[in-house]
Design a protein around this ligand. Structure first.
Ligand code: GAL
Length: 432
């Protein structure tokens, strides 16, 4: 396996080594032997957890079936939310050594970090050839296009504001979960669980971004989707009373995290929920992908509701892939993107990933109760962007939020947190 890695370009080699133990990069993920350089496509992502790797494999299997002569370099770098992958990618892009295609999020991230500096190529012709203008929703197209040209093929739509729970565990404490809960009702439940020796709220924020998701969910749930949208156009300020109330509530939630939260990755915290050492998790539905991997059954082994107060919002986290402007292997990469956009591939991929199709024409009946619920809320709720996953704001604000959160989970200084975010929003050009 190592020799497969050694045959690669030096940057790919590093990524491969990291991925080796986690995804089998070099064996199932890549297969360089006996292929010419032109018959290669390098796919860069951070999909290394059990469900992420399984979902990526679905795409690779479909590609291999359609393009058997091309080998795939799986350049995935572990670290949820791309926390470790994105800096490596940036170094490669700036050093004019791009992977053929890389994972990124719609909105500010793809347009600000990759399209504006000219790292990504427009995909108009691919969209036209594949008839994609008809099957991808306009609101998504708006988030991946500049001057009318799309730059991303989007695989999925994750819902970030879901509150998961271990159903048998919660019920064994005599607790029934209603369809909606307020934060106050949740705190009553948490106290009961805590008294029973269970960590009420799961967290794996070794990469602080995971705590950021719970914060974002609390924010939307407290101020509502319209005022949350206002944060990104300056009509809502980070020092407003309701925003500070959200910060206070988030601080209270932190008190219920499992004690080892800072040492765990997001998916290790899912394992804790499954084994029953913590009960709830306010996290995107990549968690559902891990439940699927573990063979759990919807509404039996686990339940879910919207994060308190956020019933009318759909906090969107979505994944797509680019074509590098200077892609070393253009034709095989265009074909990789073609495969990612296929309806059946999107269905198969999303069943593993825990998300719903980006395409509008997938077969709803292939999906189970949770994903049907996610589809319904996507249809009915107000769509709001994530800052934690780069869609809502420029990268410098996302970094500032991560830094401020790291301090806040330790000190719980609401005034300082609000002041910092207000200042950073102004400096990033959208706050007031
Ligand atoms: C997000 C990504 C999801 C999920 C999550 C955890 O950035 O959009 O697909 O994998 O990170 O790694």
């Amino acid at each position: 396996m190592i020799s497969n890695c050694v045959a690669l370009h030096r940057h790919v080699f590093l990524a491969c080594l990291v991925a080796l133990t986690l995804t089998g990069c070099g064996s199932s993920g890549s297969d360089q032997s006996g292929t010419s350089d032109a018959n290669v496509v390098e796919v860069f992502s951070w999909w290394t957890s059990g469900s992420e790797a399984a979902a990526l494999q679905v795409v690779f299997d479909a590609y291999r079936a359609q393009y058997p002569d091309v080998s795939i370099i799986n350049a995935s770098i572990a670290g949820g939310g791309g926390s470790a992958a994105r800096p490596v990618l940036q170094t490669r892009l700036v050093g004019n050594n791009p992977p053929d295609t890389w994972q990124t999020h719609p909105g500010a991230e793809v347009l600000g970090q990759y399209v504006a500096p000219n790292f990504a190529a427009p995909l108009d012709d691919l969209y036209a050839e594949e008839g994609w203008y008809e099957v991808f929703p306009q609101r998504l197209m708006d988030m991946v296009s500049r001057d009318g040209s799309p730059y991303l093929v989007v695989l999925n739509l994750h819902r970030s504001n879901t509150l998961w729970y271990n159903k048998p565990l919660v019920e064994s404490h005599g607790i029934t979960i209603n369809k909606r809960l307020s934060h106050d009702e949740l705190f009553v439940i948490f106290d009961r669980l805590k008294a029973g020796g269970i960590a009420p709220l799961c967290m794996g924020d070794a990469g602080i971004w995971a705590a950021g998701i719970t914060f974002e969910n609390t924010l939307v749930g407290t101020i509502g989707p319209e005022r949350y949208l206002g944060l990104w156009d300056g009509t809502t300020s980070f020092s407003d009373r309701d925003v500070r109330e959200a910060m206070t509530t988030f601080g209270r939630l932190v008190d219920y995290f499992n004690a080892d939260h800072a040492a765990l990755s997001w998916d290790q915290a899912v394992d804790k929920l499954i084994e029953g050492s913590c009960a709830f998790y306010s996290m995107g539905d990549w968690v559902y992908g891990e439940f699927v991997q573990a063979g759990l059954v919807d509404n039996v082994d686990f339940g879910w509701i919207a994060h308190p107060g956020s019933e009318d919002a759909y906090l969107l986290v979505s994944d797509g892939f680019t074509l590098a402007r200077d892609a070393p292997h253009v034709a095989p990469t265009r074909n990789m993107l073609r495969v990612m956009g296929q309806r059946v591939v999107q269905e198969d991929f999303n069943l593993q990933k825990g998300s719903i199709c980006a395409r509008t024409d997938c077969d709803r009946e292939r999906f189970g109760p949770y994903l049907k619920w996610a589809m319904d809320t996507y249809r009915d709720a107000t769509l709001v962007p994530t800052v934690v996953h780069g869609s809502a704001s420029p990268q410098d604000f996302r970094q500032a939020l991560n830094d401020a959160l790291t301090t806040f989970v330790v000190h719980r200084d609401v005034d300082g947190f609000a002041r910092t975010l207000k200042r950073e929003a102004r400096m990033s050009g959208f706050g007031r």
